[in-house]
Design a protein around this ligand. Structure first.
Ligand code: LLP
Length: 428
């Protein structure tokens, strides 16, 4: 019998109590490659992408994968080969796109703090658009581009002042966030941009936050942005494209089911049509919703430590591998890789890593039926896990595998301790 671990994770399922990633038995991968180990399903990534593609069928739309969610080169290759562009936020991410063979004309460059060197690098690469986040950045970008005898294609990120109803650290479209320019200032700043010799205005963009599970904030943001499009174009500045950013959430547990991308976009496109912008070129920057539920992290139970107040299940993955619980009190489901045939209720544990911080927890109050040496799968680990991983406590970063059908490929070798201090210099 095949049983998906969670709704929304069809490519990670139990077959007779053994967890499979597509058609590969996870325990066998862990035995071969060790733990902690990230396993991604290529089919799950392409299925998530297909939902957007269905939503945009018949439209002039470009999907720019927000690669900060997972920037491993093989993951970028999957999306590049499927026709995606990329939303980047650094010169380093641009180099990754180049290394993965992505189409540079489909790259957009977001972020509040682009350096002059990054601007030059992106202009030389011929990227599609700079998403500019302040008036000061416009002036610098114009000067840099003019110095290279180029015109930088720009869109200005406007802040629609809409509450995305998500964690405050990942809300970005409210007043008081560092992102974008204020709605009231947007027209004036567009007029300023249009007057600069090194710039060519090509679009407008917004991004209101991440892990959004409701449709209403998107609909509100779209209304606010379309009001601006009307005002900016009435002032004689045409906007070839509208970029609605990313932010669509995934289900980390069963409570908070966000809409599917195609369902979300059916509603958004209906509004766009109703307001007369249905044939405008559209861009989106999804990150988490393309990769989040396409990845899991396998970890081994090192010790069980019963206590008076808490029982601890100490695993070999830690906050350096899976930083989201420590940073955002985020929830990731944790399930056994091989389930006991008759599952008793289990014992309630805090699942914690070996790092020397009380903040190093991966799951709190989880009922588990485990013994030392068992393996656990941390679910929804495809987004913002490896890309945020660190070497804290001189822990090498985990290995990564990409599974397709019954084939598993190593896409990142486990980092050794020597890897973590390469580049450091001893005193004479
Ligand atoms: N576009 C821009 C301008 C962004 O800042 C982001 C994410 C995205 C697109 C992609 O958003 P997504 O579709 O992935 O929600 N580390 C946090 C999430 C930070 C999101 C930052 N910006 C987490 O683990 O929840």
């Amino acid at each position: 019998m095949t049983l998906p671990v969670l709704p929304g994770h069809p490519h990670f399922a139990y077959r007779d109590n053994a967890l499979f990633a597509e058609d590969v038995r996870v325990s066998e991968l862990a035995a071969t490659y060790g733990t902690p180990l990230f396993i991604y399903s290529k089919t799950a990534m392409l299925a998530a992408l297909a939902s957007y593609q269905r939503g945009f069928e018949g439209r002039d739309a470009q999907i720019c994968y927000a690669m900060k969610a997972n920037s491993s080169l093989a993951v970028l290759q999957v999306f590049a080969r499927a026709g995606c562009g990329f939303d980047i936020v650094s010169g380093g991410e641009l180099e990754r796109v180049q290394a993965a063979g992505g189409d540079l004309k489909k790259v957009i460059f977001s972020g509040v703090g682009k350096t002059r060197a990054e601007m030059r690098q992106a202009l030389a690469a011929g990227i599609g658009c700079f998403n500019v986040e302040s008036e000061a950045e416009l002036d610098v970008l114009s000067a840099v581009a003019a110095g290279m005898k180029l015109r930088a294609p720009v869109s200005i990120r406007v802040n629609p002042n809409v509450d995305p109803k998500t964690h405050p650290y990942i809300s970005t479209g409210l007043k008081g966030n560092k992102f974008g320019v204020a709605h009231e200032d947007a027209l004036r700043i567009y007029q300023h941009a249009a007057s600069l010799e090194g710039l060519k205005v090509v679009g407008i963009d917004c991004h209101i936050g991440s892990q959004i599970t409701e449709v209403t904030p998107y609909l509100d943001a779209m209304d606010r942005v379309l009001d601006l499009v009307a005002a900016i174009e009435a002032a004689g500045i045409p906007l070839a494209h509208i970029d609605f950013g990313g932010g669509l959430g995934i289900n980390y547990n069963d409570d908070d089911m966000p809409p599917e991308a195609d369902a979300l976009w059916r509603q958004l496109l209906a509004k766009l049509d109703a307001r007369g912008y249905g044939d405008r070129k559209l861009m989106v920057e999804p990150g988490r919703s393309l990769v989040g539920n396409a990845g899991i992290c396998i970890t081994e139970v090192l010790y069980l430590k019963p206590g008076e107040q808490k029982n601890f299940c100490i695993i070999d993955a830690a906050m350096n591998d899976l930083p989201r619980p420590a940073m955002y009190q985020a929830f990731h489901a944790i399930v056994p890789v091989e389930r006991a045939a008759s599952e008793s209720a289990g014992v309630v544990y805090d699942v914690v890593g070996p790092v020397c911080e009380s903040g190093d927890w991966i799951g709190r109050d989880r009922a588990l039926h485990v013994a030392a040496g068992d393996q656990l799968a941390v679910m929804s680990a495809g987004a913002y896990c490896m890309s945020m991983a660190s070497n804290y406590n001189t822990r090498g970063r985990a290995a990564e595998l990409l599974v397709e059908g019954d084939l598993a490929r190593l896409i990142r070798a486990r980092e050794s301790a020597a890897d973590t201090f390469r580049g450091e210099l001893l005193m004479p």
